[in-house]
Design a protein around this ligand. Structure first.
Ligand SMILES: [Zn+2]
Length: 394
């Protein structure tokens, strides 16, 4: 259990972070609050990079592991503010819980790690090995791992801790995700004589029927299967008044298991298209991953294919050391995996850097009306992060 003074310090910092809205692309206020806090609390390098990520670090006097904590500082919007019991951007303490957008996802973890790091540096000064880095990463809600790549380029971490909600457990794997766009191309004509054209929407229906029958991929080591979910369909022209549509586009969300690649995920869909083309030579269809782009608070543009890799980190001696250090403090972490996507998609999934997750609160509180965090969970997270710091850097 952490001291009352540390509990208060964490709550004060978290309240300031919640009171400062930071939708993706508008994170500079929160980056500045954390920048000030870390500068005052022993970090020697505190910078905001070209995308607006806050990157702060400090070195111990002995060589050792470069440890990076990754916490995104953007949140999803609170469009339905009227449904909230209290205003989403006013931190309100009620029944041992702090309410507000971002409390669980994931400013609670950001505040907890910042305070744990500050406390660690107060206790140790420079008397530790390796380097301690904190990244407050932007744009995670839209592009998992894209700004993390920029952070990794600067820090070159040996070990990454993802602070996303883990209910106090250690998460050693994560499904990836991909958006898959399927397009069909037809020939428009009056719908009174449909045989004169080629109906792109009808062709799409036939393809979707086949695609949704594809077997779901499974890996018993991971949380969740490689599911494929149809998320939208749109034809052109829309609405189609007495016209056979010339174009149709459907989007699928595909969750990814370790071992699945850009090619292996599209291959069975392409095989269905090829088979149907053989039966119907008028069919024209294309499957691809779309590109996404967004403008950062700094004016810089992030752009990426919407494919975010899965990852798996084998339990090693470091994880066991961290687990034991947490247990010594009365915490009881289980070793498990994330079912949702995190910045680990880059660190572990693309760059192969050993990564695990540990953070306060529950996954299912993210993005909700009346999002909140239990103070007990917040305090345990500070304790857990202190355990990690001692286990890795002492
Ligand atoms: Zn998150």
């Amino acid at each position: 259990m952490i001291s009352e003074a540390l509990q208060q310090e964490t709550l004060n910092l978290l309240k300031r972070l919640i009171a400062c809205p930071s939708l993706s692309g508008r994170e500079q206020g929160v980056a500045d609050i954390l920048k000030g806090y870390l500068q005052e609390n022993g970090f020697s390098t505190v910078e905001i990079d070209r995308y607006g990520d806050l990157v702060a670090g400090t070195k111990g006097k002995r060589p050792g592991v470069r440890l990076l904590f990754d916490g995104h500082i953007d949140t999803v919007p609170a469009d339905n503010a009227g449904d909230w019991t209290t205003p989403p951007f006013e931190p309100v303490l009620r029944d041992g819980k702090l309410y507000g957008r971002g409390t669980s996802d994931m400013k609670g973890a950001d505040a907890a790690f910042a305070v744990a790091a500050a406390q660690y540096l107060r206790e140790k000064g420079k008397d530790f090995s390796g380097e301690l880095w904190f990244a407050g990463v932007v744009q995670e809600e839209c592009f998992e791992g894209v700004c993390a790549k920029e952070v990794a380029r600067q820090v070159q971490p040996d070990l990454v801790v993802i602070g996303e909600a883990s209910e106090g457990n250690l998460k050693l794997s994560q499904r990836g995700r991909a958006e898959i766009v399927l397009e069909t191309f037809g020939v428009p004509c009056h719908s009174a004589n449909p045989e004169k054209g080629v109906n792109a929407a009808a062709a799409m229906c036939a393809l979707i029927n086949e695609i949704l029958k594809l077997p779901v991929t499974k890996d018993p080591r991971m949380v969740g299967d490689g599911i494929l979910v149809l998320t939208d369909i749109k034809s052109e022209p829309y609405p189609g008044a007495s016209v056979v549509p010339h174009y149709c586009r459907a989007t699928f969300d595909r969750r990814l298991l370790v071992g699945e690649t850009r090619e292996s995920v599209l291959a069975p869909i392409q095989a269905i298209i090829d088979e149907r083309k053989r039966l119907d030579p008028t069919l024209q269809a294309r499957v691809s991953y779309p590109m996404g782009s967004a403008v950062c608070a700094t004016g810089e543009r992030v752009e990426a294919e919407r494919f975010f890799a899965p990852w798996w980190f084998d339990t090693d001696e470091r994880v066991l050391r961290v687990k034991a250090a947490m247990e010594e403090r009365g915490l009881a972490p289980q070793i498990t995996g994330y079912s949702f996507c995190t910045n680990g998609s880059y660190y572990a999934g693309e760059a192969g850097i050993p990564t695990f997750g540990f953070g306060p609160s529950r996954e299912n509180l993210a993005h909700t009306v009346d999002e909140h965090i239990a103070l007990k969970d917040l305090h345990d997270a500070v304790d857990g992060y202190l355990a990690i710091l001692h286990a890795i850097l002492d």
